[in-house]
Design a protein around this ligand. Structure first.
Ligand code: GDP
Length: 297
């Protein structure tokens, strides 16, 4: 997930920890390399700059250069700062399901992995949390997408709302909520239609559905391979419909990881889950500590 960033940082820190005594200039030089590595990983410029500033302030404050193992001190400060930038203030738990039926609105661009992620989350809630889950596709433009969700629902062993031709997204959302209540479901996922690009029609539709569904969570699914674009998409969706969290997909690919590092700092929204493949169990809860550990190898 973060192979090249991890490698780059690894070699910087190897040198630092082997160096024994460090001058302030040594620390500065190392941090410049860290900054370059972050930028190469497609971390946004502002985030990389703030990151280095925060590490430097702490390194200076703790008189790192005078400590017994100055290199390790710097690595520890970088680790803690990584956790901070990944998690922000207070990392939320996994999905909150209360007051059943809880609606979870899934939003995102077409091809981001929204439908796949919806089914993965349904499987997780059913298998790990014992929840009764209903899936509904609102993608009225693409009958194939509706069928795909029904197929995936069958694969993971949860119910899907029967498809009724000619309904609008809002009508489907209403029917899904009614069905969720009558059927005694804990959770109903509303898989909204994606578009190739953000456009007004899409946003209006998502807003209308949101107002009807009153979702407990609105999760944005974005392709982690798209780096800073993923962060821009999140900013736009959050501004227009309001999101409660993000799922980064394709983190199994050779992406540079920048989206993960910039997301919280730029959008203020937490990454909740990462997609790590096409299989239905290829989904991980996003844990800042673990990710920071992975980055630092
Ligand atoms: P949607 O248009 O946003 O609903 O996207 P889909 O859920 O149909 O996913 C598009 C493609 O991406 C499918 O082939 C999925 O199997 C694949 N996909 C989704 N999530 C992941 C992931 O985390 N990793 C990988 N490698 N592929 C994924």
């Amino acid at each position: 997930m973060f192979e090249s960033l991890s490698e780059r940082l690894g070699s910087v820190f190897d040198r630092l920890t082997k160096a024994g005594a460090l001058s302030e200039a040594d620390v500065d030089a190392a941090l410049r390399e860290v900054r370059t590595a972050l930028l190469e990983a497609d971390v946004s410029l502002a985030v990389a700059r703030d990151f280095i500033k925060a590490v430097k302030a702490k390194a200076t404050g703790q008189a790192v250069t005078k400590s017994v193992t100055p290199g390790q001190q710097v690595v520890k400060i970088v680790h803690d700062e990584l956790v901070h930038v990944l998690a922000g203030e207070g990392e939320p738990d996994a999905l909150k399901i209360d007051n059943p039926p809880s609606a979870i609105l899934m939003v995102g661009l077409q091809g981001s992995g929204k439908t796949t992620t919806t089914a993965k989350l349904a499987k997780r809630l059913k298998d790990k949390n014992g929840k009764k889950v209903l899936l509904a596709s609102l993608d009225t433009n693409r009958p194939a997408a509706m069928e795909q969700l029904a197929i995936l629902a069958g694969q993971v062993g949860v119910d899907s709302l029967p498809i009724v031709k000619g309904e609008t997204a809002v009508q489907i959302a209403k029917r899904a909520k009614t069905q969720a209540t009558l059927g005694g479901y804990d959770v109903v996922f509303l898989d909204t239609a994606g578009r190739l690009h953000i456009d007004e029609v899409l946003m209006d539709e998502v807003q209308a559905v949101r107002d009807i569904a009153q979702p407990r969570e609105t999760l944005l699914v974005v392709d982690g391979l798209t780096g800073q674009d993923a962060v821009n998409v999140a900013t736009e969706f959050d501004g227009k419909v309001g999101i409660s969290g993000v799922v980064l997909t394709r983190m199994d690919g050779d992406g540079r990881g920048g989206a993960a590092l910039s997301m919280r700092a730029v959008t203020g929204k937490p990454i909740r889950f990462v997609g790590l493949g096409e299989k239905m169990d290829a989904l991980e809860t996003f844990e800042a500590e673990r990710v920071a550990g992975r980055i630092l190898g």
